[in-house]
Design a binder for this molecule. Sequence first.
Ligand SMILES: N[C@@H](CCC(=O)N[C@@H](CS)C(=O)NCC(=O)O)C(=O)O
Length: 140
Amino acid sequence: MKTVIRLFFRIVRRIIGPIMLLIDWLTTPKGIQREPQEQEKIDQNTQKLALFQYKTCPFCMKVRRHTKRLSLNIETLDAQHDHANRAHLLTGGGMVKVPCLKITKDTGEDHWMYESKEIIDYLNTQFGQEHTSEQHATHH
Ligand SMILES: N[C@@H](CCC(=O)N[C@@H](CS)C(=O)NCC(=O)O)C(=O)O
């Protein structure tokens, strides 16, 4: 029975996943524009960050969209299929749950931040601007 339920959810994910990705792509928020020097400074800071995620996890999508909105170049690491990333997340953060933002402090110590809301609040505090209204990119 468990196998049947698991199979059912896998099929649902296979169907819904690509649709979610397509909608995500079509409605990608337009990132805020910064002066090149300011963006460079931010890029240096975001090098200390890494986002462990699943491609079609809605909470991860929410965080990824926010990083786009804030024009943040944050490395994303697939913790669903990549076993090394999954193991790294488990050992470092303590659980395989995504999204998780790894923040490497100046001391070299890592802080593992779980919960999409907490991650978004953190990004806003660190890199947010007053006017981050949601504009949508026109792909076509
Ligand atoms: N409240 C959490 C929910 C995160 C969550 O449920 N993530 C799911 C994926 S969508 C997860 O990591 N599940 C554990 C697993 O797949 O092993 C948030 O907002 O970040």
